[in-house]
Design a protein around this ligand. Structure first.
Ligand SMILES: [Zn+2]
Length: 291
């Protein structure tokens, strides 16, 4: 895995709250800047009339579409963390929808909210032929996550490793907070760049480390605010919920679209400075399955 040290995985998570057209705007932006990326998409959006036309274009534009669950809700999160085989049927349905939409099966998976995967979920992913999982957020603080009472990969390894036979775990870079859009928008441009630089410094010192960074499609769109929180701020926002964690955190995030975009530019610039910035899609990290 020594070659991974000079590679970077840029991932873009898509959600039903996004503006559908932002998917193609983000893809176009990445295309112009010659950055291959993996889009993680909940498969319910494949059937969504507004989203489908944009999502089906992604492979022809050179992007990988990975699975981000089906509905991306707390029922799926609970099933992935602790569910029995029957609770995980949504993974089968999701894979079938993917095959109907793209004519092939998905290679890469990321759990909703990076929730931890229980043994049943790992076995189901292997059975369904997934080759890469990018759900881990090593040493993420549970209290800032969406599942504050679960182990949020607190003791997970920081480098890619075989999670199960044939399934490569590529952790999202993380240190207390994930190298991801919610963190960038909370820290803002300067602090986000410094935090990412720290993670890249670690990656340069460790031969097996591979930076894996997440953004949202709205981060690439300088003329419209990111999707607004679906809730209102109240006292309850300061109590950690089993499903959702501390909700006041969503009100701390940058909402000015130009500043969001400036932060994205800064993140990409820092990534490009990392050993020449060789971006890869996650599926390129595994050999094609035999047969
Ligand atoms: Zn998500």
């Amino acid at each position: 895995m020594a070659s991974m040290a000079s590679q970077i995985a840029l991932t873009v998570d898509v959600h039903v709250e996004d503006r559908p057209a932002d998917i193609i705007r983000a893809a176009a932006w990445l295309g112009v800047h010659r950055i291959p990326a993996t889009f993680f998409v909940p498969s319910a959006l494949f059937e969504h009339a507004n989203f489908r036309p944009h999502i089906i274009l992604l492979p022809s534009l050179g992007f990988e579409v990975g699975s981000h669950g089906h509905d991306h809700d707390y029922a799926e999160i609970r099933a992935l963390m602790r569910g029995a085989a029957a609770d995980l049927n949504f993974l089968r349905r999701s894979q079938a929808l993917y095959r109907e939409t793209f004519g092939c099966t998905p290679i890469s998976f990321r759990s909703p909210a990076w929730c931890p995967l229980g043994p049943g979920a790992i076995a189901a992913l292997v059975e369904l032929g997934y080759r890469v999982d990018s759900s881990a957020t090593p040493q993420r603080l549970p209290i800032f996550s969406s599942t504050p009472y679960a182990n949020t990969w607190l003791f997970a390894r920081r480098t890619p490793y075989e999670l199960a036979p044939g399934l490569l775990e590529v952790p999202t870079s993380c240190l207390l907070l994930p190298a991801a859009s919610p963190t960038w928008l909370t820290l803002r441009r300067r602090a986000a760049s410094a935090f990412l630089s720290l993670l890249l410094w670690e990656a340069r010192r460790c031969a097996d480390c591979m930076p894996c960074v997440q953004l949202h499609v709205s981060d690439f769109v300088p003329d419209a605010a990111p999707p607004s929180p679906v809730e209102t701020l109240g006292l309850r926002s300061f109590l950690p919920r089993r499903d959702g964690g501390l909700r006041f955190k969503v009100f701390l995030r940058e909402r000015n679209p130009e500043r969001v975009y400036a932060t994205t530019l800064a993140i990409i610039e820092v990534l490009r400075g990392h050993r020449g910035g060789g971006f890869v899609r996650l599926r390129e990290l595994v050999k094609p399955a035999e047969g």
